[in-house]
Design a protein around this ligand. Structure first.
Ligand code: UT7
Length: 325
């Protein structure tokens, strides 16, 4: 008895950019990208595929699966760091696009953890209002936020959106079992993105290289593995579960080597780990809901399965969520 996911949806841009395509943009190779990251392709947004448009399309699919009318949505939350505007929020754009007139809408800025933080907020709201229907979305067009001259970052990211409709179930075996989320603002310099320059000269930020992702890849890698391991271990303590209880792991898709490390440290059965990083690269807040939707639609998820999500991103932010499907 508790919060469950009633429906999922995802939308990817039409255009695929392969590693070979990137070879003509920066000094890199298909071989380097595949062996260091596991990525082979990523999707790049085009006309009609702004962040809110991908998000609205994913949301419509999730609502259809859940058989929930957009007008019945009470709250709409979008995890994103790449909305086409700073204000209004991506959430308000999506609300307008799908006709969720009753909802209040806003964005969460938690980088790759945006969707998991959104699930946490949605779960807590449903616990205080069992009739509430909530849309949680992760949506990004990071192709608009990378420096296409920086081979350290531009090869990693991709665009897309995923959505989930949350509601309450009376079934005692189905619910969000727990979350364990953390942040460490002291490590912000490892992964960040500036704003456009201040209009107030007194508030100008020094060393602003422009509105694109800057990352210390190797350091982020180390923190990612350890932080997700700690988040998952802490979550197991909190929920009384163990790795053996988990049927499916849907991790943030950043780098296959990060996930291999995590699998080894926690002794996870590889068969249980959902991977699509090779197809889409790192889509930040969108990566978990896209992978969730693909898994759901493929029939791999069964009612009663215990599902583990884990993520890591700029902030630094990280966390894990456990639920019974
Ligand atoms: O969503 C969460 C946030 N992000 C992440 O989780 C990313 C975490 N970090 C990573 O995934 C990895 O650190 C990267 C994939 C970004 C980089 O892999 P790495 O094995 O840590 O490589 P590195 O940064 O240590 O660079 C190794 C070499 C360097 O050359 P030298 O100094 O050894 O001569 C780089 O200049 O590889 C070079 N390099 C490249 N070569 C070809 C860096 N990027 C590229 C590239 N193509 N695209």
């Amino acid at each position: 008895m508790g919060t469950i996911i009633l429906g999922t949806g995802s939308t990817l841009p039409r255009r695929t950019m392969s590693n070979v395509d990137l070879e003509s943009i920066v000094e890199t190779s298909d071989e380097w990208i595949r062996t260091r990251t596991g990525i082979e392709n990523r999707r790049i947004g085009g006309v009609g595929e702004k962040t809110y448009q991908l998000a609205a399309s994913a949301a419509k699919k999730a609502l259809e699966m859940a058989a929930v009318d957009p007008k019945d949505i009470d709250m709409l939350v979008v995890g994103t760091v790449s909305s086409h505007m700073l204000m209004p929020s991506c959430g308000c754009y999506v609300q307008n696009e799908i006709g969720a007139a009753k909802a209040f809408a806003y964005d969460i800025n938690a980088a790759c953890c945006g969707f998991l933080y959104g699930l946490d907020i949605g779960d807590r709201r449903i616990r205080t209002d069992r009739d509430a229907k909530i849309l949680v979305i992760g949506a990004e067009t990071l192709s608009s936020r990378v420096n296409w001259q920086d081979r350290n970052t531009c090869i990693l990211f991709g665009d897309g959106a995923g959505a989930a409709v949350l509601g309450h179930s009376e079934d005692p075996s189905r619910r969000i079992l727990g979350t364990n989320h953390c942040s460490d603002g002291g490590l912000w310099e490892l992964l960040y993105m500036h704003q456009s320059p201040s209009q107030n000269p007194d508030l100008l930020v020094e060393d602003n290289p422009g509105v694109h992702i800057v990352m210390e890849g190797r350091e982020v890698f180390k923190h990612a593995v350890k932080a997700m391991e700690d988040a998952i271990t802490g979550l197991f303590k909190r929920t009384g579960k163990t790795i053996e209880d988990v049927d499916l792991v849907i991790p943030h898709q950043a780098n296959i080597r990060i996930l291999n490390n995590l699998v080894e440290r926690l002794g996870i059965d590889r068969e249980k780990v959902v991977l699509n990083v090779m197809n889409y690269g790192n889509t930040s807040a969108a990566s978990i809901p896209i992978a969730l939707d693909e898994t759901n639609r493929s029939g791999r998820l069964k009612t009663g399965d215990t599902v583990l999500f884990c993520s890591f991103g700029g902030g630094l932010t990280w966390g894990a969520t456990l639920l019974t499907w």
